[in-house]
Design a protein around this ligand. Structure first.
Ligand SMILES: [Zn+2]
Length: 311
């Protein structure tokens, strides 16, 4: 059995208070379900807990416009909900949660760059990968992983890979990171789903693989083996960020893929092996989507188990 490392686990109670209504799929119970699964599987014993700080204005505006941040702050209601797009709603508790979510990735970056930890997992919401430079989208307000990536770049990391395996295309991350030569973005996404864009590689720093509706994990494995790995080996990242969405699972009502838990295990093992080859093992994984609570909890825990090197 390989050695089991301790990894940093970042979350915050504020992430449970932002609530867009009982019918909304992006619900507080998601973070709670993941935490519960980590507890009952015993994995939590191998995680060091950190309360996520609030991301500062400076950290947020490294990848969002100051006007957008001001707009969100001015729009936050005293009570009730404000619709910012068709499925993203601002509540009185949204911005503290969103700042904690982005702040988790910032602190995770500091913990890894100071060599206190090799890996970190951020169990946070709201998610981030649909948030663009000056707009919300798909339940996302701040692009948490991009905030962390710009923090790492400012900290001297020269090459960063962002892997996004959420079932939806990370169009916000793509918009923010397009043309940023220090970052290589690799994603799989399902066609015919939100955000309904056909992603293009504007800066040549993106490797997007569209998956056909109804595809199983075979298509994922093909994408990784034939598209991601060669690009990653050539790029030689010094640090790996993961936009970890679990909505390609076959039971997820918002997805259209047929991934199984073993597909998430395989993918995590591939990414850990890559990080061990190029990044001194350094991985920061950040929760994005995943809306079937049971599937989300199970697959996220398997992913964390893989990050611990214990699969
Ligand atoms: Zn998603």
């Amino acid at each position: 059995m390989p050695a089991m490392n301790t990894i940093a686990y970042l979350t915050h109670p504020d992430c449970l208070v932002h609530d867009m209504g009982p019918q909304h799929p992006e619900q507080p119970e998601r973070v709670r379900a993941v935490a519960h699964q980590l507890l009952i599987t015993g994995l939590m014993d191998h995680l060091d807990y950190f309360a996520a700080p609030l991301a500062t204005d400076t950290q947020i505006t490294a990848c969002h416009s100051p006007e957008y941040l001001m707009f969100l702050q001015k729009s936050a209601p005293g009570q009730g909900l404000v619709a910012l797009d068709e499925d993203t709603f601002l509540t009185p508790h949204t911005l503290p949660a969103a700042r904690r979510a982005a702040g988790a990735v910032v602190l995770a970056t500091d913990l890894i760059l100071s060599n206190k930890y090799e890996r970190a997992f951020c169990n946070i919401r709201p998610p981030g990968h649909h948030a663009g430079r000056s707009r919300t989208g798909g339940f996302c307000f701040f692009n948490n992983v991009a905030v962390g990536i710009y923090h790492a770049l400012a900290g001297g990391v020269r090459r960063i890979a962002l892997v996004d395996f959420d079932v939806h295309h990370g169009n916000g991350s793509e918009e923010i990171l397009a043309g940023e030569s220090r970052v290589l973005m690799l994603s799989t996404y399902a066609r015919q789903l939100y955000p309904h864009t056909e992603p293009s590689p504007p800066g040549g720093n993106q490797v997007n693989v569209g998956l056909m509706p109804g595809a199983d994990g075979t298509a994922l494995r093909h994408a990784v083996e034939h598209h991601w790995l060669a690009a990653l080996e050539h790029f030689r990242p010094e640090m790996l960020f993961i936009s970890a969405g679990f909505d390609a699972h076959f039971q997820d009502a918002l997805g259209n893929q047929k991934w199984l838990p073993e597909d998430y295990i395989w993918l995590t093992q591939e990414l850990v092996a890559l990080a061990n080859r190029h990044c001194d093992g350094r991985i920061i994984s950040v929760l994005e989507g995943g809306y079937n609570l049971e599937a989300l909890a199970r697959c996220a825990a398997l992913h964390v188990q893989g990050l611990l090197g214990h699969l």
